[in-house]
Design a protein around this ligand. Structure first.
Ligand code: ARG
Length: 266
């Protein structure tokens, strides 16, 4: 059973611009956002069989819907995020409190060691990968590697449209990787290729990467992804995955999609 932390979009809106997708002039339509979010939740519960842990949204924290950035939780241990932008730093205490109130053993990072949670740290059976440059600090991965006792391969994100690792990199349950290579520098592309053989790498075309095809939720053989990604769907289905495309464009206005709206609680 897969447990996911989610937070309803009650206060979701575009209040500031901290990534190239966000424009103050491109306002969220609240009832559409609500309907899209509930559609995702229904699908996760009914089709994916996920158990949803819902946290209380907080007025004035519009990006709290993106619980992938709450932190990272493995077993009973959790490390809450340290956001780079002051606009999101106010979310930190709420996420930390949630982990504490739910029995996690919480380890906090220094204030200036930026780390944006499962938005930037993702694992495959072979290795964990940590995205850095745009949001998280490469130094965070040395510390996280000590905390979790796992090797973490830092990968540099070079395109501001793909500012979190989960916007361009999606490990699948069968050990394959769905990703968009140009979002990484050459060294990171080589590090990924070295760990994950070509037969296991599913490359997403640019047009679909820009529709957040990689921001997918994969549980067992089910993949939930934003609609408008037919090539990605073909590639996934050829590997035996069942795909569930959903309209999530209201969340793209903030630079997010399906995966960012969830945090896997192992
Ligand atoms: N507006 C949010 C930000 O820029 C979106 C976060 C999306 N989260 C993610 N894990 N990719 O921080």
């Amino acid at each position: 059973m897969s447990r996911l932390l989610v937070c309803a979009p009650d206060y979701f809106r575009i209040d500031y611009e901290i990534n190239p997708w966000m424009r103050l002039s491109n306002a969220v339509v609240p009832e559409r956002a609500r309907a899209q979010w509930h559609g995702l939740m229904r699908l996760l519960e009914a089709k994916i069989g996920a158990l949803l842990e819902r946290m209380e949204p907080v007025p004035g924290l519009p990006d709290m819907v993106f619980t992938a950035n709450a932190g990272v939780a493995v077993g009973r241990r959790a490390v809450p995020s340290r956001f780079r932008h002051p606009e999101r730093q106010r979310e930190e205490s709420y996420f930390e409190a949630w982990f504490r109130d739910h029995g996690y053993e919480v380890t906090t990072l220094d204030k200036d060691l930026y780390f944006e949670g499962a938005g930037d740290l993702l694992g495959l059976p072979d290795a964990w990968f940590g995205g850095y440059r745009q949001r998280s600090d490469i130094r965070a991965y040395g510390r996280l590697s000590e905390i979790f006792g796992r090797e973490i391969i830092p990968v540099e994100l070079v395109n501001s449209h793909f500012y979190h690792l989960d916007t361009c990199f999606c490990p699948l349950s069968g050990g394959e990787l769905l990703y968009y290579p140009p979002a990484f520098d050459r060294y990171a592309q080589a590090a990924i290729a070295e760990r994950i053989g070509e037969a296991r790498r599913l490359v997403v075309p640019e047009s679909e990467a820009l529709r957040f095809a990689c921001n997918a939720v994969c549980v067992a053989k089910q993949v939930v992804l934003p609609e408008g990604c037919p090539e990605t769907i073909k590639r996934l289905e050829a590997r035996g995955y069942t795909t569930h495309p959903l309209p999530l464009d209201e969340f793209m206005k903030a630079g997010g999609s399906a995966k960012c709206l969830t945090l896997a609680l192992e």
